[in-house]
Ligand binder design. Structure first.
Ligand code: PLP
Length: 272
């Protein structure tokens, strides 16, 4: 057991996302992750989600004006080193977050393009998919799961081809990186098999980070946690070397090592 002591210069990381009252996913998972990795966590709620590890009961979305009030309250007071975007629900909320990001210009913006929970419940309006595609162009890292990646690269909603192999997945991630100019964290966890590779994919390079699959059903919110870990670790890199570019592959290695440990330890928890 160990304690991460807060330091005055801890990276200030803001999650803009939906809630999970069971604490496994969404903004609650983000705050735990940021704290576990030594950051100072902040949170702006896009949507209140009545859910647990089994599924979503209902979603309550405060009006977009209140979202903007929350965002301004943070940025009027606190310098933000990194932002993690999670559940954005619908086009008006995506537009409000984009408009807020422009003048604030955090050094790091990580987008987890949350669309559908594992339970099958929608967390993003289907009509907002194009707005998420456009948002990809304006962020530093996008962390889709395989289903979300397939939606982001498809031009026809009726024919979304979810990748079945790692090489198909890499091809789709390259396509997304090329068409949007962003960096993609490609996640292999939803493929079959004992290995669990991830990769950092840009228009010009693919850097694979191997991983082990952990036998556990306590995986609710792993995507939320990984994207928050990437935002926190990238902000910490910039704190240590402000003039250098973020090394996303190094951040992924560290995030994956932490998440693998969290999955191993979390396997014993009786939490849904
Ligand atoms: N709930 C919220 C608010 C989320 O943002 C996410 C994230 O992707 C999830 C749930 C995901 O749940 P699951 O890990 O069960 O797919």
């Amino acid at each position: 057991s160990f304690v991460v002591a807060p330091t005055p210069s801890a990276p200030r990381v803001l999650s803009i996302a939906g809630t999970d009252p069971t604490g496994g996913a969404g903004i609650q998972a983000d705050l735990k992750t940021i704290g576990a990795l030594g950051g100072y966590g902040m949170a702006v709620v896009t949507a209140l989600v009545a859910q647990n590890t089994r599924g979503v009961h209902s979603v309550h979305v405060p009006d977009v004006g209140f979202l903007v009030e929350q965002l301004d309250a943070v940025s009027d007071d606190v310098a933000i080193d990194a932002v993690k975007l999670g559940m954005l629900h619908s086009t008006p909320l995506i537009d409000a977050v984009s408009d807020w990001l422009e003048p604030v210009r955090p050094a790091i913006v990580v987008l987890d393009p949350v669309m559908v929970a594992t339970s099958g419940d929608r967390l993003l309006d289907a009509a907002a998919e194009q707005a998420v595609r456009e948002l990809c162009r304006r962020v530093d890292l996008v962390t889709p799961n395989l289903a979300e990646l397939a939606v982001l690269v498809s031009t026809d909603r009726a024919h979304v081809a979810r990748p079945r192999t790692w090489s198909d997945a890499i091809a789709q991630a390259r396509h997304l990186a090329t068409t949007t100019g962003t960096t993609v964290l490609l996640k292999g966890g939803h493929l079959d098999g004992v290995d669990c590779p991830d990769a950092i994919v840009t228009a010009s390079a693919v850097d694979e980070v191997p991983g082990r699959r952990i036998a556990t059903t306590n995986t609710h919110g792993t995507g939320c946690s990984l994207s928050s870990a990437m935002a926190t670790l990238a902000a910490e890199q910039l704190r240590q070397a402000p003039d250098e570019e973020v090394d996303w592959v190094a951040a992924l290695r560290a995030a994956k090592a932490w998440l693998t440990g969290a999955l191993e330890h979390g396997a014993a928890l009786l939490v849904g």
